[in-house]
Design a protein around this ligand. Sequence first.
Ligand code: ZN
Length: 281
Amino acid sequence: MPGTLLFGIDVESASPASVGVAQWGTVLFEQLETPVTYYVTGSTLQAYPEAFQEVDSNPWVEVQSHTYNHLLLKTVLVQVPPGKVVHNSTDWFMQRGGSVAEVEEDLTRCQELWERVLGRRATALTGPWCYYRGLGDRPDLLEIVCGLGFRALRCWGRDERDGQPTPLEWQPFFYRVQGFPEALEIMAHDYQDDFYWRMFVQPGPEDTYLEHLKTVADRVARDDLVWSMASHDHGCDTSEGFAQKGDWWREILEYAKGLGIRCLSVSQYYDERLKEEQEQG
Ligand SMILES: [Zn+2]
């Protein structure tokens, strides 16, 4: 089996860019007949409930959660690689995470909104910014997250310096050691988007993100890996802006599928893993 691609888009800006992804993105994935997952912030769902109800009725796009207010679940402390500039810093950059009480309040509010607007709770959660080790070192947060009904977590998306890329060697796993054997970490691999690739790599003028992604896809297919790929709604408020993302979304999905890589939504992947886990006893 030549690999699995889980494509997830953070729809987080609570602006017309979010509507761009809800509309043009959904048309694109339907045309490609490719399952993807939108991780939508509560503030975005609150601002455009009808647009995302429409998305939620589409069989190719799954609507899941990205917290209510884009609250970081953990603090991110990036050790900037020598010679690089990351978030305008050359040595260290810190983005503070919420307190435990703030996380609980935000996610509770988020699930209430999901029930009100979509008639169900979210079962998957992307942690804003993502973290080294995901929630593996925070059983207190796992307890909150699992207690609210989240089962598939996309929280591990940084290396040991809180930088990117997140190596593909780190594959999805259940948080069994922490005491949450039904909580699956699916990771956010490699770079979290084209702008992070530019920030961490500082590529040459001839280099393109698509060419980089093709090398990732080649490896995923060769080694039969799971690849959790990420992007964002940023700049998608106009059709020209949407094309900046949509063109590489289309091309990498077509390329990956051409290699025999299968694409799944997060809950399709979660259900499969849980079943395997239960069969192994
Ligand atoms: Zn985000």
